[in-house]
Design a protein around this ligand. Structure first.
Ligand code: ADP
Ligand code: MG
Length: 320
């Protein structure tokens, strides 16, 4: 378990983390989303001790992450693999030696039969066994990130930290990398923290997510909760406005947890014998589920009837 309690960090006069408290459970894929400059990378670097912090505590499996004891910190860092937006591969080394690099740092032999088995096994996992001897320059962006993932796993970490790992990749390649991360999470039981500014990433793989803005967590929860019923700041981040709603009548937003809720609207119109217009709507995929939201406009005189109906049918709603 990774536990952050009131974590604070400043660079000179700039307070970058303003008291962050989050708990990430073992085996979870946890997202941290926010705009550029929100403090996401700094937070990730504090978690693995690449950066010190000024207040609060960070513990990994109940052990304090602190730069005070360098030896202990190195052992903790061994538990945490990390991948980056720009892959950070060494161009002069081939794929095999890039993956082997962390072993070298730890003084391990990299060409023994066991080491070979390990490294080739990881390259098989990421789908690059045929690129063992290739140089990074000969690989596509997606392949480079796969090498980086193999390298991040070579010391058998318990945690994988991903800093904008798919931000330099196009959508199809991104989906492939995210599926791979999901497979690693499921097969190897590795806890994954995904830092991103892309909502698609969070929607596809995160089980829980924090929305970070100016060094503060403004919202935390399941992605579907955060994105289907966003708070104002998240809406702004998503650049999502429900557009201009009618000034006449009452605007009611409905929240659906799966597609099957759609007929409720037509049923309601029929059963209550009322007219309304649909002003705005969206459906979103979250892992295997579909969630949606709809804004309807009804006459003032029908308002109570409609709200009673929705409540009776267990549809969440909000009058806008
Ligand atoms: N080493 C540093 N020295 C000074 N300021 C920094 C340093 N690293 C990051 N910052 C500042 O901290 C803020 C948060 O940066 P960062 O954690 O990289 O955000 P994000 O990853 O969300 O884009 C930014 O304003 C950035 O300029
Ligand atoms: Mg960043």
């Amino acid at each position: 378990m990774i536990k952050l309690t009131d974590v604070k960090k400043r660079f000179g006069d700039l307070e970058v983390l303003k008291g962050i408290s989050i708990t990430i459970n073992d085996g979870e894929i946890y997202g941290i989303i926010g705009q550029s400059g929100a403090g996401k990378s700094t937070l990730l670097r504090c978690i693995n001790g690449l950066e010190s912090y000024d207040g609060g505590t960070i513990t990994v499996d109940n052990e304090l992450v602190s730069i005070a004891d360098q030896q202990k910190l190195h052992l903790m860092q061994k538990k945490m693999g990390m991948i980056f937006q720009n892959f950070n591969l060494l161009n002069r080394l081939n794929v095999y030696d890039n993956v082997a690099l962390p072993m070298k740092f730890w003084g391990m032999k990299t060409k023994t039969p066991e080491a070979k088995e390990k490294i080739l096994g990881l390259l098989r996992l990421v789908g690059l066994e045929d690129k063992v001897d290739a140089r990074p320059a000969e690989l596509s962006g997606g392949q480079k990130q796969r090498v980086a993932i193999a390298r991040a796993l070579v010391l058998d970490p318990e945690i994988l930290l991903c800093d904008e790992a798919t931000s330099a990749l196009d959508p199809a390649i991104t989906r492939g990398i995210l599926s791979l991360l999901q497979e690693i999470n499921e097969k190897m039981g590795i806890t994954i923290i995904v830092v991103t500014h892309q909502m698609e990433v969070v929607k596809q793989i995160c089980q829980r997510v924090s929305f970070l803005k100016d060094g503060t967590v403004l919202a935390e929860g399941k992605p579907e909760e955060l994105f289907i019923r966003p708070i104002k700041e998240v809406k702004t981040f998503l650049q999502e406005e429900s557009g201009l709603l009618p000034e006449k009548g009452v605007n009611i937003q409905l929240f659906f947890t799966d597609k099957s809720s759609d007929p409720i609207i037509t049923m309601m119109a029929r059963e209550l014998g009322i007219d309304f217009s649909i002003c705005w709507g969206k459906l979103e995929d979250f892992r295997s589920n579909v969630f949606g939201s709809l804004v309807i406009n009804v006459d003032e005189k029908d308002k109570e009837k409609v709200l009673d109906y929705l409540t009776a049918e267990n549809v969440a709603w909000e009058v806008l």
